[in-house]
Design a binder for this molecule. Structure first.
Ligand code: SF4
Ligand code: MG
Length: 335
């Protein structure tokens, strides 16, 4: 598919200051050189442990945080540095659904006013016409139009997320960024919301950047999946290819911890030891080297870049992108 969103070399660093002199003591590498694209009508799943920079990517794409460097193109237009007025038409085409539907809904507004607010802000509809459009949006997300006058607290968690989705739909976006949209919901409700998102995409043809820490959640909705680790994409491939043939040791570990047998079990014992290192002054070379069981000397000093590792499959690891000698080492290590 033609690319709708193209993110190139996105970097977001924050200074960490400490002591009474507030000296710079470190740098948070929240996003550390991330490139990806999302095609028209496509869903790119982005998965990684909390703190790996997924939300910062989401917020940078929507221009809610200013990137340190890199570029964001939407429909071929570089929107990275557009001012408020120039950004306005693009704001309509990019919408976001956040993790916590309660925190992102104004408790003093009725659900109908919340969903209709973007229409008013952008001067697209008012009065009767707006009411009709809002009623239609309610129906599209599986809410009843007679619930328009209710307040957020009168809805269940799943229903509140449907309100957020209706609000995101109201301006007819071409891209919806979903930042952990089902993580705060009961497991029994998660599938309903994801199926709704899939149905809406079939109907309207928009694209999703779908972010989650749970590979199982991403698997269902995505066409392609990007795996993030400490501010970097370490692997990206078509969903079926990634699941059948994971190349990066981190992806392999994540996949091995996806629960299969017992859906109530949150996660199985992962194959990797230790926690994610701090994004403040992250490990040199390959950021995964402190936890990788295939680590080589080279991994501690050189940073592997995303390189082709098959059809529409890219991986940032010396085992795969190298000359083949490294692959042999890996085989002898794992067998
Ligand atoms: Fe492991 Fe080295 Fe590959 Fe990083 S580059 S994942 S440390 S083998
Ligand atoms: Mg997050």
């Amino acid at each position: 598919a033609r690319p709708l969103l193209e993110v190139t070399d996105l970097v977001k660093h924050y200074a960490v200051r400490g002591g009474i002199l507030r000296r710079r003591v470190g740098t948070v590498h929240a996003v550390d050189g991330v490139s990806f694209s999302v095609g028209v009508g496509e869903t790119l799943g982005m998965v990684g442990e909390s703190g790996c920079g997924k939300s910062t990517v989401a917020r940078s794409v929507l221009r809610l945080v200013e990137p340190t460097s890199g570029s964001i193109r939407l429909n071929g237009v570089d929107v990275t540095h557009l001012g408020k007025a120039d950004m306005r038409p693009h704001r309509r085409s990019m919408q976001i659904v956040f993790q916590d539907p309660f925190a992102s809904l104004n408790p003093r507004m009725t659900a109908g006013d919340i969903v209709g607010e973007p229409l008013s802000v952008h001067g697209l509809a008012s009065g009767r016409q707006k009411q009709e459009r809002v009623a239609e949006l309610f129906q599209q997300v599986g809410l009843r139009p007679d619930q328009m006058n209710n307040y957020p607290h009168q809805f269940s968690g799943g229903q509140r997320q449907r309100i957020c989705i209706a609000r995101a739909l109201s301006l007819g976006p071409s891209l919806i960024v979903c930042d952990e949209p089902v993580s705060a919901l009961d497991v029994s409700i998660q599938a309903q919301v994801i199926n709704l998102l899939i149905d809406l995409q079939r109907k309207h043809g928009f694209s999703y950047l779908f972010i989650a820490h749970d590979l199982a959640v991403v698997a269902h909705i995505s066409h392609r999946v990007a795996v993030m680790y400490l501010g970097r994409i370490v692997e990206v491939a078509e969903k079926s290819e990634l699941f059948a043939n994971p190349r990066h040791p981190y992806t392999q570990a994540l996949l091995s911890s996806v629960p299969v047998a017992d859906p109530k079990m949150k996660r199985l014992k992962p194959l990797i030891d230790g926690d994610v290192p701090s994004p403040i002054n992250p490990p040199s070379g390959c950021a995964f080297h402190t936890r990788c069981r295939y680590v080589m000397d080279r991994c501690k000093v050189e940073r592997p870049v995303l390189a082709e590792a098959g059809t529409r499959h890219q991986v940032a690891c010396f085992l795969n992108a190298g000359t083949g000698r490294e692959a042999e080492i890996a085989l002898s290590t794992s067998s």
